[in-house]
Design a protein around this ligand. Structure first.
Ligand code: ADP
Ligand code: ZN
Length: 743
């Protein structure tokens, strides 16, 4: 027998190997293997089996990794689709469908030594006092991990070994599973009676889950558009229960940042008891590689039938698969920003179609793409317009910051309205969340005399001033330098250099100055050094040890604190100024998400949005919680410019240290592309042009953007152009299909 193997070293082809006699039973499509390649051994996946090979002198497979095939044929199929659509080698697509820990088996199973009693035949042999003490404990517990026994008795493993010599106990390794949430106590939850809107939504989803329905409905994709707090999660839970009752499993995708213990517990609580009882496996980047290995195998073996995880959980080997849920489907973190540059939401839709599973995309602020698909009838639109707990949506007030300017110092950090509102909350012992999507103290260091701005030597951005350690930092490459006290220009030396723009540190300082007695906590990536910090700060906030929580987008989402009655957005137009056609959409989403943090308890919430362009539609529609009107206005703009979702984009970025060479090669590439797509209808090639961020980490970047209605066809063409294009060694080319970040 011959195995056709895709190697991890990305050679864009498959190689044939002999399957040695003793491995025949263990090699199938999807098996991970180690094979000889030149002088070394490399890892790969078996992608096909054959009786014969056109090649001679085949070498044998060296080793099989894992007890059973790790990549199911269905996931293998999905990896092939990703490679074709996102223009990347199959090897790289295959790499991302298995967690690193599983691919390499380096973490392996954790074996622990266990001590077990062997009932003594006849009387107890003579024991020392120490040995008797230990024996008494073992006899009581019957079986106990060696380490734990040593700890409990304060003895040594030597003492236990003596007992083994005397034939009283057996010490043997046993596999134990790491459970990242093993220590938590979970209170079971029961399904809630649904309100009419929820019931309609669930009914529709269940309709597609029933046997027979699968063949009829193309595609089984639902867009669940529900305002924050409308009870989307309850709909997910009941849909999952239904899938389980039919013997099928479910995958729940959540943005990494929302994958909090709270979220995970909601799912575990529902399925930890009762007839549908099953393990809930969790896959995300904060697990140790050992934990990830064990979670993954629980799924592969079918012991965990619900998987909850971030982006890559879309590849979890759940079989049979009944349902995929993509919560907060508009989130950009579903897009992987390295090869393969797949979008997990779109992969979920494709996987659902191929495996006959229902796909539910949920959001309070759907992406224009998904809403457009729903409008065109490609997805079923389900709407939840009311909060499930009958709480009102918060009142949103927009403050015109142009009016707040006081002549000498420019605009203040806080408007009068926001200042008063914070004061009120402090008096009433209610909590406030303040949001500003920019860390550091100020945006830039400027000299008002000569116009000098401190810039990064590696990137085309201004350095941000961090006051605490008196340094200037680049938020792109991490470059740091001490902040100068006078203008560094030789012919200027002005001692009155200024800090322009505001960051979270500056807001924190202003807060402490205005409210010296308030307990203020900042939360941004400068504060969070360890992974526990995030949990600890949120824990402190929950129990009321913090009055005002101030932070970047990491506090904008998913958090649920009943005592928060005020949310302040310090500078709402910040995200409008990005060179990106999605700037308005992003702003709308962000404002809606942040507003959703207010009034989740008994007291009605209030949101104060400070803006310099208060009448921008993204801000005004967010103020009225009116997604549909925002969509209608925004889609018109996209139509006019032929941007997604009305077309699809492929973004090609050339990167190199020599700008002229980058430019020259980009021109050449453009000519190649133009020839390859000559005569295609509705195809636009724009550029080459400098990327919005021209220089990053010392590399210059130039881009070519293609827009089309037929991406699959374009992907094939791009792949073939890429293969034959003579790219100089010191340049690199990335192809990003359906990019969310325009660079
Ligand atoms: P979403 O996921 O849409 O933000 P959640 O599912 O978190 O909303 O629901 C918000 C709150 O409403 C939760 O506390 C939830 O327990 C509650 N809830 C959801 N559905 C119902 C229902 N049918 N009856 C009563 N409370 C509900
Ligand atoms: Zn830099």
């Amino acid at each position: 027998m011959i195995a056709r193997v895709t190697l991890e070293i990305a050679l864009r082809r498959e190689f044939d190997y002999l399957i040695p006699e003793e491995l025949v039973d263990r090699v199938e499509v999807g098996t991970r293997v180690k094979v000889p390649f030149g002088p070394r051994s490399v890892l790969g996946v078996v992608t096909a089996l054959a009786d014969e090979s056109p090649h001679t002198n085949l070498r044998p497979i060296e080793r099989v990794i894992g007890a059973r095939s790790l990549v199911t044929p269905r996931v293998l199929d999905l990896a092939r689709w990703i490679a074709a659509y996102y223009c990347c080698p199959v090897e790289l697509a295959l790499k991302s469908v298995l967690p690193e820990a599983v691919r390499r088996e380096q973490a392996g199973w954790r074996e622990r030594l266990f001590v077990r009693t062997i009932p003594p035949s006849g009387g107890l042999p003579k024991l020392t006092r120490r040995q008797t003490e230990v024996w008494n404990v073992i006899e009581e517990l019957r079986e106990v991990p060696l380490q734990e026994l040593v700890r409990i008795t304060g003895s040594t493993s030597e003492t236990v070994r003596r007992l083994e010599d005397k034939g009283l106990v057996q010490i043997a390794p046993r596999i134990t599973e790491r459970d990242p949430y093993g220590e938590e106590h979970i209170v079971p939850s029961q399904p809630l009676p649904l309100n009419p809107e929820q019931a309609v939504a669930l009914e529709a989803i269940l309709g597609s889950l029933n046997p027979g329905a699968v063949a009829l409905a193309t595609p089984n994709v639902f867009l669940l558009h529900g305002v924050t707090g409308s009870g989307k999660t309850e709909v997910y839970l009941q849909a999952i229960a239904h899938a389980l009752s039919q013997g099928k499993g479910a995958i729940v995708l959540v943005p990494e940042i929302s994958l909090t213990p709270q979220t995970i517990e909601r799912f575990k609580a529902r399925f930890c008891t009762g007839p549908l009882r099953t393990l809930v496996a969790v896959l995300h980047s904060h697990l140790s590689s050992g934990e990830r290995h064990d979670e993954w195998h629980k799924i592969r073996e079918g012991r965990a039938r619900i998987v909850i995880g971030a982006r890559s959980a879309v590849f979890a080997p759940v079989e049979p698969l009944g349902l995929i849920i993509v919560d907060e489907e508009h989130e950009h973190s579903y897009k992987q920003e390295e090869t393969p540059r797949y979008h997990a939401r779109d992969v979920a839709v494709v996987r659902g179609q191929r495996e006959g599973a229902a796909v539910v995309l949920g959001s309070a602020t759907p992406s224009l793409e998904s809403y457009h698909n729903a409008k065109r009838g490609r997805y079923h639109l389900l709407e939840l317009t009311l909060r499930a707990d009958n709480r009102k949506l918060p009142v949103v007030r927009v403050v015109d910051m142009r009016q707040e300017r006081n002549r000498s110092k420019g605009p203040p950090v806080f408007s009068q309205l926001l200042r008063d509102a914070i004061l009120h909350r402090l008096e009433r012992h209610e909590q406030t969340i303040l949001f500003l999507n920019r860390r550091g103290f100020s945006t830039s260091l400027q000299c008002p005399q000569c116009g000098y701005v401190a810039g990064c030597p590696n990137c085309s951005v201004a350095l941000t001033y961090h006051r605490q350690d008196q340094r200037l930092c680049c938020h792109i490459c991490g470059h740091q330098t001490p902040a100068p006290r006078i203008c560094p220009q030789a012919d200027c030396r002005n001692p009155a250099i200024r800090y322009a723009g505001i960051g979270t540190q500056r807001v924190e300082e202003a807060l402490r100055h205005l409210f010296p007695h308030a307990r203020v906590q900042r939360m941004d990536s400068d504060i969070l050094q360890r992974k526990e910090d995030y949990r600890r700060i949120l824990g402190d906030f929950r129990v009321g040890r913090i009055d005002v929580l101030l932070g970047t987008q990491m506090i904008a989402k998913g958090l649920h604190f009943p005592n928060v009655t005020l949310v302040g957005v310090i500078y709402a137009d910040l995200s409008l100024h990005r060179a990106d056609f999605r700037a308005a959409e992003r702003t709308f989403q962000l404002l809606a998400q942040v507003s959703g943090r207010a009034g989740r308890g008994d007291v009605e919430g209030e949101v104060i949005v400070q803006a310099f362009t208060p009448f921008h539609p993204a801000i005004q529609y967010a103020r009225r919680h009116d997604f549909v009107s925002f969509y209608e206005q925004e889609i018109e703009f996209r139509q006019q410019l032929d941007y997604p979702p009305c077309s699809r984009i492929a973004l090609l970025t050339l990167k190199g240290r020599n700008e002229d060479k980058v430019k020259f090669t980009a021109e050449h590439l453009k000519r190649e592309l133009a020839t390859a797509v000559a005569g295609w209808p509705n195809l636009v090639i724009a550029g080459p042009a400098p990327a919005p961020l021209l220089r990053a980490e010392t590399f210059y970047r130039h881009q070519i953007m293609l827009r089309t209605r037929h991406m699959s066809r374009l992907s094939r063409t791009l792949a073939s152009v890429q293969q034959r294009f003579p790219l100089p060694d010191d340049l690199s080319l990335t192809i990003d299909v359906d990019p969310v970040n325009l660079g």
